[in-house]
Design a protein around this ligand. Structure first.
Ligand code: UVW
Length: 303
């Protein structure tokens, strides 16, 4: 585990402490190594009722954006063919950061410790005009796995956790006990904070901060071997953290860079939680976009 410093400052582990990763020095897939044929088959067997709930937001121009990110749609209402059937054609041009808007999966080069990303790969060394030459989101591929949602808002008896609520390992264990479900290695581990209630309603507040995982809770989950960590807020982690006020998104570094665990942000978990589903078959196809730092995604829970 990484150490919090008394001042609220925080330093990530040095290269020698974090590399090679548990998967070996040449590994580039990190937590995706957990997706074995057996786990995929077991996940498919969780689909019993034939129901699905979409657990990502719709991409629209009225969604919240972090920083200068944008999503501008321009309709291209095109030509009418001269043939007798008068076929018209419509398309759109979208100006956006396709990797980092909406419900999104972070790939490893999205974050660094200094110049290094996962497994101490030097980021300038894998940067090219066409994107990253290693560990772009295309290395993730189709995901079908067991998913578990931990309803921390429900545990605390609220719809939405307070903006500065830092989720602890105890909260996670209590939520699992309350929901009578356990975590298994290779699960997509998801957190319901209720923060998504602000999505499209109060976008300024949505991105101004959020409740989420603290460092100890993130490490507790990572020890259990997640396929990915997801939440219904913009960074999965609490932001800013009261216990680490001088650290910028430390869970991003711990998950993506130190352990090679993908983050799934801006989820929409209300319907799934309301349906009382704690475990399900989690299905998601990130874009096959070469060298991207992530991908907008449309995950679903099937059961
Ligand atoms: C940042 O990169 C700041 O955020 P995120 O990964 O949450 O989109």
């Amino acid at each position: 585990p990484v150490q919090a410093q008394g001042s609220g400052g925080w330093s990530p582990p040095a290269s020698a402490q974090r590399c090679p990763s548990r998967w070996g020095a040449n590994d580039r897939r990190g937590s995706m190594n957990h997706m074995t044929p057996e786990r995929m088959r077991d996940a498919a067997q969780m689909i019993r009722e034939g129901r699905k709930i979409e657990i990502g937001h719709m991409l629209t121009q009225s969604m919240p954006f972090f920083g200068t990110r944008r999503f501008d749609v321009h309709l291209k209402q095109q030509f009418m063919n001269p043939q007798a059937n008068r076929r018209g054609s419509n398309e759109e041009i979208v100006i956006t950061e396709l990797a980092q808007v909406g419900t999104q999966l972070d790939a490893f080069p999205h974050q660094t410790i200094g110049d290094e990303t996962y497994n101490c790969v030097n980021v300038p060394g894998i940067s090219s005009r066409g994107g990253f030459t290693e560990m772009g989101v295309e290395t993730v591929g189709t995901i079908m796995a067991r998913g578990v949602v931990m309803d921390i808002a429900g545990l605390k008896g609220t719809q939405t956790l307070p903006i500065d609520y830092e989720i602890t390992p105890q909260d996670l264990q209590q939520a699992l006990d309350r929901q009578r479900v356990e975590l298994r290695e290779g699960d997509a581990m998801l957190i319901n904070t209720g923060w998504a209630a602000l999505w499209g309603r109060d976008n300024a507040r949505y991105v101004s901060g959020c409740p989420g995982l603290g460092v100890a809770a993130a490490e507790w989950l990572i020890e259990r071997g997640p396929l990915l960590l997801g939440a219904d807020n913009w960074p999965v982690e609490v932001a800013p953290s009261r216990t680490m006020p001088h650290a910028s998104l430390p869970v991003h570094q711990i998950a993506l860079v130190v352990h090679g665990v993908h983050l799934l942000e801006n989820m929409k978990l209300d319907e799934l939680v309301a349906a009382g589903r704690s475990e399900f078959c989690f299905v998601m196809q990130p874009l096959r976009a070469r060298g991207f730092t992530g991908s907008t995604v449309a995950p679903a829970a099937m059961f």
